[in-house]
Design a protein around this ligand. Structure first.
Ligand SMILES: Cc1cc2nc3c(=O)[nH]c(=O)nc-3n(C[C@H](O)[C@H](O)[C@H](O)COP(=O)(O)O)c2cc1C
Length: 151
């Protein structure tokens, strides 16, 4: 059975809802899915979060499994913050191991859409630097996430 790992950061739950929907779909396809929601050690203000994302800070993340060797494919998810991935995911991507040659999908949620393409490119570059192969890309606007959740 194919093993899939979904790793994501979500502060206000939108990216989490998309991660849950992806999980359901993959499970329905008969895949074994594990999920890791990254957690920051500290809470920051809106401006603090935006600035940390803009300046590519690597967030302090609570411990999470960094070894990706045992999985057939990996999903990385994050909100778009100041046209960038969230610091917690930057940190994870810097530290994780075993991404080489793996099929990787990325997903983001966003508000206005400003900087969405930039954030996705930054994610792709981080994945490719680690030897991962980009397979699928998904961007969901926050109001679409809420609509799906209410259905
Ligand atoms: C600090 C901060 C910065 C943000 N910057 C952007 C941005 O540059 N572009 C955008 O489209 N949305 C931006 N947003 C909106 C979020 O991407 C959007 O609300 C997202 O769905 C939140 O995901 P979450 O609920 O999983 O935390 C920002 C939100 C926050 C809190």
């Amino acid at each position: 059975m194919a093993k899939v790992l979904i790793i994501y950061y979500s502060k206000t739950g939108n990216t989490e809802r998309v991660a849950n929907q992806i999980t359901q779909r993959l499970a329905a396809e008969g895949k074994k899915v594990e999920k890791i929601r990254l957690a920051e050690e500290k809470n920051h203000s809106f401006l603090g979060d935006a600035l940390r994302a803009l300046f590519k800070v690597k967030g302090k993340v609570k411990e999470a499994n960094l070894d990706l060797k045992g999985y057939d494919s990996i999903f990385f998810g994050t909100p778009v913050w100041a046209g960038s991935p969230a610091p917690a995911l930057n940190k994870y991507l810097e530290e994780c191991q075993g991404l080489k040659g793996k099929e990787v999908s990325i997903f983001v949620t966003y508000g206005s859409g400003l900087g969405k393409g930039r954030a996705m490119r930054m994610l792709e570059e981080m994945v490719e630097r680690k030897g991962g192969i980009i397979f699928q890309k998904l961007a969901v606007q926050e109001k679409e996430v809420l609509k799906e959740g209410a259905r």
